[in-house]
Ligand binder design. Structure first.
Ligand code: HEC
Ligand code: HEC
Ligand code: HEC
Ligand code: HEC
Ligand code: HEC
Length: 237
């Protein structure tokens, strides 16, 4: 060996073990942080990173909104009765369905299933399509009240400082209610029409599916655009 030649000391077994453990711990931390960030960004943007939107879940009874809304002309509020009164829209009990289906739909397989549930006095466990986490507060009533009524469509609020939310609606929201909406037009918006702002055209769905993120970023953006409160306690308990 040439004098002065530098050689790294061979690490002892103990040191190797230490390095190994450190490596595993920092890799674990890195992965943890990466997963955490992905989760936060996806919660904010409302882009489900892993699963994406898919078609809605299969329900215990294949209930078609199309038949009841488009063909029979039933109003959303006829079944979702609490939507203009409280937080939850609510799904009707089988009792409401059977009022018609005692006599209507003889021989249809899915209607027979419905009759079996009622005969056995079993509740129908509908699978939820939309759901906010437990730490989030959502209230249907406030949204329905706010977006229904006679409104003039505006590109941006006429008075940005003090928007006339009672008589005006922004073009973006108006388009979701009526795809033919135009700026300057006056729309008479029924309570049932407001549903499409967040749920899309449910009346045209044979199987309900989610069409809007309804994640924090989506909620907050709409609140900001519509002069609604954006402080954390509005939506978090
Ligand atoms: C005849 C009763 C009836 C009418 C009328 C009706 N619905 Fe429903 N709705 C149901 C039932 C039953 C379910 C649960 C089964 C399902 O998801 O398909 C449901 C589910 C839903 C869901 C999904 C709930 C969840 O789990 O997230 C939405 C959103 C919805 N309805 C909106 C509407 C809108 C908007 C209208 C009017 C265009 C409407 N409904 C009209 C009975 C009705
Ligand atoms: C106002 C009356 C009325 C109410 C209330 C009603 N339905 Fe119906 N439903 C009908 C009629 C009419 C049809 C069409 C029957 C036919 O095609 O012979 C139908 C069809 C159906 C079908 C069969 C669709 C198909 O084409 O296979 C199902 C399933 C069904 N309804 C479930 C329900 C459920 C569940 C509820 C309660 C949430 C409900 N209905 C409430 C009138 C009603
Ligand atoms: C501002 C957006 C928005 C509007 C407008 C809206 N919804 Fe919802 N809806 C939601 C969100 C968010 C959820 C999930 C709420 C939860 O998990 O508590 C939901 C859930 C539901 C559910 C299932 C849970 C429940 O509350 O019973 C039904 C049914 C429903 N909506 C029907 C309607 C109907 C009918 C209308 C129109 C009259 C409507 N919604 C308008 C955002 C909206
Ligand atoms: C389409 C626009 C829009 C979307 C999307 C929206 N909001 Fe709102 N929200 C509003 C407006 C406007 C108000 C104010 C209503 C009023 O004038 O009282 C409001 C009010 C509220 C309130 C206050 C209700 C009360 O007690 O008075 C809560 C809570 C709320 N929103 C939660 C949510 C949550 C959670 C989401 C997402 C899941 C959401 N909102 C999505 C527009 C929206
Ligand atoms: C307009 C309603 C609204 C407001 C205002 C709001 N949030 Fe949220 N927040 C939500 C919704 C909805 C979710 C659930 C997103 C999801 O489905 O994963 C959420 C989720 C979260 C989460 C958990 C992340 C997750 O993935 O679940 C945190 C943390 C959070 N919010 C913090 C805040 C803070 C801090 C503020 C105030 C600066 C705030 N939020 C204001 C609606 C709101």
């Amino acid at each position: 060996m040439i004098p002065g030649d530098f050689q790294i000391k061979k690490p002892t077994g103990k040191q190797m073990a230490k390095f190994g453990a450190l490596g595993v711990v920092s890799l674990g931390m890195f992965v943890g942080v990466a997963i955490g960030l992905t989760w936060m960004i996806s919660a904010w943007l409302g882009r489900p990173v892993v699963f994406g939107y898919s078609e809605g879940p299969t329900q215990p009874i294949a209930f078609p909104h199309t038949t009841h809304v488009q063909e029979l002309g039933l109003n959303c509020l006829f079944c979702h009765r609490n939507v203009t009164e409280g937080a939850a829209a609510t799904i009707p009990s089988a009792g409401l369905c059977i009022a018609c289906h005692k006599v209507m739909g003889d021989g249809l397989e899915e209607v027979e299933k419905l009759r079996d549930y009622v005969a056995d006095n079993r509740p129908i466990d509908w699978v939820r399509v939309h759901r906010v986490p437990d730490h989030v507060r959502f209230v249907h009533e406030a949204h329905i009240r706010r977006f229904s009524g006679v409104k003039t469509v505006v590109e941006e609020w006429t008075n940005l400082k003090n928007p006339d939310v009672a008589n005006e609606i922004r073009f973006g929201e108006a388009l979701r209610i009526n795809p033919n909406a135009a700026v300057g037009q006056t729309l008479e918006i029924s309570e049932a029409q407001v549903c499409s702002v967040c749920h899309g055209n449910v009346g045209g769905m044979t199987k309900v599916e989610q069409v809007r993120p309804l994640k924090m970023g989506d909620c907050v953006d709409c609140h900001r655009d519509n002069a609604a409160p954006t402080d954390c306690t509005t939506c978090h308990f």
